[in-house]
Design a protein around this ligand. Structure first.
Ligand code: BJW
Ligand code: ZN
Length: 232
């Protein structure tokens, strides 16, 4: 079982939540833009920020970390063994790398939902033509992502809990491990008897709890591990 965060996409050129924003966005803190309050107060700015991120993601390619995880998923499936990939990322780069059944804990920025009637549509074209986007019903549309204080999708939580029940090896990769509930998954896996490992550029609150804490870039460490364990 693997849980990934923004660090896994960093080597594809997508800024993490801890990186200071560039250019026009330098004066904003991403952790403050990703909230229902920010959208209610200033839907135009929040929509422009997500559109800027959509443009970065649209041009991004999966990196060796995404590809190694996709290889692992395929390998375990061929062996009829369980492998669950949960991601906090909204960019869909795991899917672009070939991973199947990715559990999107925080939704995706490719789907937008009307705040009035709830209808959802995939929005692949970049950039948008209006800010905020408007639904046919007149409501403002927001990204179908999970903001602070919002509940994660029921099916994602269910999948996470099912995987935690039976998991024997748990990896936390490229996440600062401060945002709940994903931050607690390593503790839960460990309590249930799984071996736990972390790959991250810097120490995090779960580093000392993990059986193995590998400090460095996911795009180097993951392919290296796959090569050593599976000889490919
Ligand atoms: C590399 C690298 C490389 C760089 N290789 N590594 C219990 C206690 C206290 C609070 C709460 C609690 N339970 C819930 C809460 C409230 C809240 C929360 O967690 N607050 C904390 C901050 C304390 N959680 C929620 O509100 C969640 N909802 C929920 O739990 O509902 C029930 C509930 C609500 C309220 C109270 C109690 C219960 C929802 C959380 C939604 C988070 N949403 C966001 C935005 C998504 C949309 C978008 O993308 O815009 O999700 S915020 C942001 O953080 C985003 C990320 O998915 C998430 C995690 O960030 P991540 O991925 O870890 O990125 P970074 O940037 O933080 O870290 C990157 C790491 O990579 C760094 O460490 C780098 O070093 C490393 N790195 N390059 C390897 N190449
Ligand atoms: Zn609507």
């Amino acid at each position: 079982m693997v849980v990934t965060g923004a660090g896994v996409s960093a080597e594809s050129g997508i800024p993490t939540f801890r990186d200071p924003l560039e250019g026009l966005w330098a004066k904003y803190d991403p952790r403050e833009l990703a909230t229902p309050e920010a959208f209610a107060r200033d839907p135009e700015t929040v929509t422009r920020w997500y559109d800027w991120r959509r443009q970065k993601c649209a041009g991004a390619k999966p990196n060796p970390a995404h590809l190694a995880l996709a290889w692992l998923g395929k390998h375990f499936q061929e062996q009829n063994r369980c492998f669950t990939l949960l991601t906090q990322n909204v960019d869909r780069l795991h899917q672009a790398a070939g991973s199947r059944n990715v559990v999107e804990l925080h939704g995706t920025l490719w789907i937008w939902r009307c705040t009035r009637c709830g209808i959802e549509h995939e929005e692949r074209e970049v950039p948008f033509k209006e800010y905020p986007l408007r639904c046919a019903c007149g409501g403002a549309r927001r990204p179908a992502v999970v903001w602070f204080g919002e509940l994660l999708p029921d099916d994602a939580i269910q999948n996470a809990h099912d995987a935690l029940e039976s998991c024997d090896l748990f990896f936390s990769i490229g996440t600062s491990a401060v945002v709940e509930p994903a931050a607690s998954f390593l503790h839960t896996a460990r309590r249930r008897g799984a071996k736990t490992a972390e790959i991250n550029r810097e120490p995090t609150p779960v580093s000392r709890m993990a059986d193995w804490s590998l400090q460095g870039s996911a795009g180097e460490i993951l392919p290296g591990l796959v090569q050593r364990v599976f000889g490919i």
